[in-house]
Design a protein around this ligand. Structure first.
Ligand code: PHE
Length: 353
């Protein structure tokens, strides 16, 4: 056997051993790809050994050629096996990571709900609509003539002061954010022919220091009934119906003398404490009664302002804070909770609207 034959045979065997080792050492599809180039590429030891077959005599070339093919097949099948193994492994990993348990309960998409203040308004409106009232609305940016003048509010009344009311423009008939919904009484009397039965929900604004019972932006619901022969008895009966629907069927209400420039006489309406029923407890601060709203008989000044016949028509009006009613009805200790948009609070009011 000539030296050349021995050398070529040696380099073929070395190419096989080296090649198989490299393939075995690969750790994933990418490194296997690299190994393939190194063991079967144009500059690989096997290719170089094949090239040197040129220098071998015819007799030996046949035998060495067969050996070269054998090496080639061994390397190729090692590559194939390894690739299959890596591909199977990769598939297994994907199955594991993309596995879905179709028997698990689905993830419910977050469902919104009506805000508790809106629901409180709807609930109260429903009670009054059931008694024949209609719903009216007025602007939140309002003229002083509607917020104060038409409501018989004296020029020196503290609620007119810029330290109480937010003004936007001060000249002439001043423009500001309404501090109550009572101007909607006037706007309704202006557009509707008698009689009028209306509730008027809406936002109001006051320069108040915010605390558990005060907000600079809050919500009121106004009520107004003007017809022939309306008495304070009608006022009390209507408010009793409201209170029993919202706070409890077996409750009672009482009227306490009070003062508002736009009602005469004026009163505060209290509801019997729905927790202690008059015994005195924490909720009613030991009063047995809970103050709910201001009310009274419509002052003739308002009817004259809009040109209604004060000999023929009388009426009553009332105004309540929606945040306060909602807080009492649901045992919420701080009305700021309704405006902080904390879903831990608001989601507790989820339910049929
Ligand atoms: N507007 C009054 C307030 O904001 C409430 C009220 C309305 C009182 C209607 C009497 C009649 O306090």
């Amino acid at each position: 056997m000539s030296d050349v034959v021995a050398v070529v045979r040696g380099s073929l065997e070395e190419a096989r051993a080296e090649g198989l080792k490299r393939i075995e050492a690969s750790t994933d599809l990418a490194s296997l790809e690299e190994a393939q180039i190194r063991v079967l590429g144009r500059k690989a030891p096997l290719s170089r050994a094949r090239a040197s077959l040129r220098d071998v005599g015819d007799q030996d070339r046949k035998e060495l050629g067969m050996l070269a093919n054998e090496v080639q097949v061994a390397i190729q099948s090692a590559l194939d096996r390894k690739r299959e193994a890596f591909e199977a492994q990769e598939l297994e990993q994907r199955w594991a990571s993309e596995r879905v348990d179709v028997t698990l309960p689905g993830e419910a998409p977050p469902v919104g709900a009506i805000h508790p203040l809106t629901r409180t308004i709807w609930e109260i409106v429903d009670v009054f609509v059931g008694m024949g009232y209609k719903v009216y609305e007025g602007p939140e940016v309002e003229l002083s003539s509607y917020t104060f003048d038409a409501l018989n509010t004296p020029k020196e009344h503290p609620s007119r002061s810029p330290s109480d009311t937010f003004y936007i423009e001060g000249k002439g008939d001043a423009v500001g954010l309404r501090s109550h919904t009572s101007p909607v009484q006037i706007r309704t009397l202006e557009i509707e022919p008698p009689p009028v039965y209306g509730v008027m929900p809406g936002r109001c604004y006051r320069r108040d220091e915010e605390d558990a019972t005060h907000l600079a932006g809050f919500t009121q619901l106004e009520g107004l009934a003007v017809d022939e022969g309306i008495t304070m008895g009608d006022l009390k009966g209507s408010l009793l119906e409201f209170a029993r629907n919202v706070f409890g069927r077996d409750l009672d209400v009482r009227l306490r003398p009070s003062f508002f420039p736009f009602t005469e006489p004026s009163a505060e309406m209290d509801v019997l404490c729905f927790v202690c029923r008059g015994e005195g407890c924490r909720v009613c601060r030991n009063e047995g009664w809970i103050e709910i709203m201001g009310c009274g008989m419509v002052h003739p000044f308002l009817l004259e302002w809009v040109g209604w016949d004060i000999e023929k028509y009388t009426g009553f009006a009332f105004g309540m804070g929606i945040e306060r009613v909602a807080a009492l009805a649901h045992g919420v200790p701080d009305i700021r909770y309704f405006w902080e948009n904390d879903l831990r609070i608001l989601s507790q009011f989820r339910g049929p609207a």
